[in-house]
Structures are given as structure tokens and as C-alpha cells.
Design a protein around this ligand. Structure first.
Ligand code: PPE
Length: 307
């Protein structure tokens, strides 16, 4: 197991706990029913220090996810923001991935969650390229999953909740079985939604397209960042319903996500996309993204919170 001898501290309900002692009861509500909402955030080391990327937006989404499931977080947003910075600080981490999770803990079992306490945990660790260094430079191979995203009146896509990721896992497992790096999922109507843990963009004739929020996708913070950067660079960005076959004929396709950052896609369902490796616009946006987090350009959108 990769984490067998892991050291470090994990923030639990206001206290720093040793990594190895950060345990919960096996009958916690979250273990049985997936009763958790979480975030994935990255921090980057640059010449000015260690900076957490879009901290406020991630914490806001965490609170929004919790509200959907009537989970009252027993801390303020400011307290959670500070706890996230503190977790990175005490672990002496440079570039890292941060995982805040709010869940229903140990109380009683039964679908009704209301008699279980709400626990808050923040962990951080080093996490390299999500789909591999090689994929960042040359692109990854993906397949459209036979598993669809849930309809809007089933699992709300705007909530980043633990249970949603059982659906993502079906797609990811199928992708691995088929020799792909990652899956792309369609929504309940058969339109392009997103990857198992990423949003998706297409480039057609120099214009960017991404599925609108009506396609059961997560409102990705990297998606928003790339739309902002792209528009600033003079590209038109369109959010609309996207049919599957447009993926095949696009000039470029790429994933965005906290873990995946900006990952180009070189093939979909064994069809070569564009030039068969990272395309010029994907590269430009990837560079613009890393220039911001690595403080090579001015943080003009105020996206960095230094620890
Ligand atoms: N869609 C899904 C389903 C998703 O899980 C993520 C993030 C995104 C889109 C992109 O959202 P954002 O990170 O705000 O740009 N996936 C997280 C979890 C990955 C994991 O394997 O765990 C992440 O990237 O942190």
C-alpha cells in the first residue's frame, strides 16, 4: 500500500492528529451510505512561496455541496480556509493536493442521517500528474463509457458528494479494462458530460466549447479558470450541449480538473484527435495556467492564497 508509512498531520474537527491515528468508527454513516461532501484543491510552490489555488471558491463549493445535503458545517468558511492553510503549513508541504471532507460520522445507522454528527477533516499530501507526466505532454487515450451520469433529479451534479464517485468508479474501471487512461461519460440524454474526475473542452476552428451545466457535470473551478484565461487570450468560449461525435472530429480535446490540471487528449474510442498529441491551443492554455500558479505572470485574478 502506497501510504503504509505515511507521516504527517491531518486536521480533524479543529485538532491536528497524527496521520496514522486519523481513524473513524466502521459504523460511521459515511462508510455505509457515502454521506460525505468533499473538495480537491492544489497548492503550488513558486518563487513567492507556497500558494493555494482558488481557496475561497473551493471552500464556497464545499459549503454549497453540504447545503444541498442539509449538512451543517460546524465551522465558518473563514475558519475552514485558515485550517486548510494551516494543514499545508504544519506538514511542510510545497506543491501538494489538499482534501477537505465533511461527513456524517458515528451515531446510528439507518438512511436518516440527522442523528449522526458532522465531522470535518482536512488532509494534504504530494500528488503528481493525475494522468501521468507523459500524458500532460503528449496526451492521453480515452474512451466513452457505457455508464452514464445520473439524471438531474437523481444525484445533483453540483454537489461534490462522495456517493457520486461510485458512478465515476464504474466508468474508470471500464476505461482501465479497455486499456484507456480515462473515461468520458455521457449524460442521461446521451450528450457529453465530463470525465470520471475532470471537465472536458473541445477546440473547433480556433473556438473553445465545453458542456453547459445542464449536462450533469461538476461546475469545475479549473473549468472556470480556463474559460477566464482563454477569453483573456482572445478565444471565444461557448458552453453548450455537445454531441458525442463532435469529440471525434474536434481539432483538440482536453481535460481540466484540480488533480488533472490541463491534460490533453490524443485519442477517443481509438480515433486520433487532431494531430494525435497535445494541440497548440491546449498547450497555450496549459502554459497560461502554469504561468499563473507558478507566479511567472501576475496573479491578476487574485487566485493565489499564500500560506
Ligand atoms: N468533474 C468531476 C466529476 C470531478 O471529480 C472533478 C474534480 C472535476 C470535474 C473538475 O473540477 P475542479 O477540480 O473544480 O476543476 N475531481 C477531483 C477529484 C479527483 C479524484 O480522483 O479524487 C479533483 O480533481 O480534485
Amino acid at each position: 500500500m502506497a501510504w503504509d508509512d505515511k507521516a504527517g498531520k491531518i486536521w480533524i474537527d479543529g485538532n491536528m492528529v497524527d496521520w496514522k491515528d486519523a481513524n473513524i468508527h466502521v459504523l460511521s454513516h459515511v462508510v455505509h451510505y457515502g454521506t460525505g461532501v468533499f473538495e480537491g484543491i492544489r497548492a503550488y510552490k513558486n518563487d513567492k512561496g507556497v500558494a493555494v489555488f482558488r481557496l475561497k471558491e473551493h471552500v464556497q463549493r464545499l459549503f454549497d455541496s453540504a447545503k444541498i445535503y442539509k449538512i451543517d458545517i460546524p465551522f465558518t468558511q473563514e475558519e475552514i480556509e485558515e485550517a486548510i492553510l494551516e494543514t499545508v503549513r504544519v506538514n511542510n508541504l510545497d506543491g501538494c493536493y489538499i482534501r477537505p471532507i465533511v461527513f456524517r460520522g458515528y451515531g446510528e445507522l439507518g438512511v436518516n442521517p440527522l442523528n449522526c454528527p458532522v465531522n470535518v477533516v482536512i488532509a494534504a499530501w504530494e500528488w503528481g500528474s493525475y494522468l501521468g507526466e507523459e500524458g500532460m505532454a503528449n496526451g492521453v487515450d480515452i474512451g466513452v463509457s457505457s455508464w452514464r451520469k445520473p439524471a438531474p433529479d437523481t444525484f445533483p451534479a453540483l454537489a461534490k458528494c462522495s456517493a457520486n464517485y461510485m458512478n465515476s468508479q464504474l466508468a474508470k474501471l471500464e476505461a482501465i479494462d479497455n486499456g484507456f487512461d480515462e473515461a468520458i461519460m455521457l449524460d442521461y440524454e446521451g450528450h457529453v458530460s465530463e470525465g470520471s474526475g475532470e471537465n472536458i473542452f473541445l477546440v473547433e476552428n480556433g473556438k473553445l466549447f465545453t458542456p453547459s451545466m445542464s449536462s450533469s457535470n461538476l461546475k469545475g473551478i479549473t473549468r472556470d479558470s480556463i474559460m477566464t484565461v482563454a477569453r483573456d487570450l482572445g478565444y471565444e468560449v461557448v458552453e453548450e450541449i455537445i454531441s458525442r461525435e463532435r469529440l471525434y472530429s474536434a481539432d483538440e480535446v482536453f481535460f481540466t480538473g484540480t488533480a488533472a490540471e490541463v491534460t490533453p487528449i490524443r485519442s477517443i474510442d481509438h480515433r486520433t484527435i487532431g494531430i494525435g498529441r497535445r494541440g497548440p491551443i491546449s498547450e497555450k492554455l496549459q502554459t497560461a495556467f502554469f504561468d499563473i500558479v507558478e507566479a511567472k505572470t501576475e496573479d491578476k485574478y487574485n487566485w493565489l492564497s499564500y500560506i
